[in-house]
Design a protein around this ligand. Structure first.
Ligand code: SF4
Length: 138
């Protein structure tokens, strides 16, 4: 399963809210798979299986305009790439590398409040407080 690095954090804070109904349903399905089958995760800093159902993902039809879709990136791709880098560095994981989901959860235990705020304080969901509570228990 391809997951962009900062979504490792977003998954923990998810409480059924999101950008659209389609986004929420896709996120719920992904989290169910993660929790039930501990899949191998490939870490990326580009659009992933969560982004594909997000209204903020920019896509374009192929040259002929038919069935091939190319993913151009999030409408705030440069900002989320910075988040991906911060999360990857804080967890000690690399883009293109593979990890069992359970191993990523173990790495999350080393995130403290200072690191969490450094990474997440600019996010639109930060002020709700769910992510911080679930990731570091505050
Ligand atoms: S497209 Fe952007 S806002 Fe949507 S899930 Fe992906 S990174 Fe997040």
């Amino acid at each position: 399963m391809l997951i962009r690095a900062h979504h490792i954090f977003c998954i923990q804070g998810f409480i059924g809210k999101g950008y659209s109904e389609q986004f929420i349903e896709n996120m719920e399905n992904i989290i169910e798979k993660l929790d039930n089958s501990d899949p191998l995760i490939e870490i990326t800093n580009a659009p992933d299986c969560i982004c594909t159902a997000c209204p903020r993902l920019k896509v374009s039809d192929s040259q002929s305009g038919n069935d091939k879709i190319s993913l151009l990136g999030c409408e705030v791709e440069s900002e989320v790439k910075i988040l991906d880098r911060k999360v990857a560095d804080s967890l000690g994981i690399g883009f293109g590398k593979h990890y069992p989901y359970s191993e990523l959860l173990k790495k999350l235990k080393y995130i403290d409040e200072e690191k969490f705020d450094y990474i997440c304080s600019g996010c639109q969901w930060y002020s709700l407080g769910y992510c911080k509570k679930r990731i570091i228990g505050i």
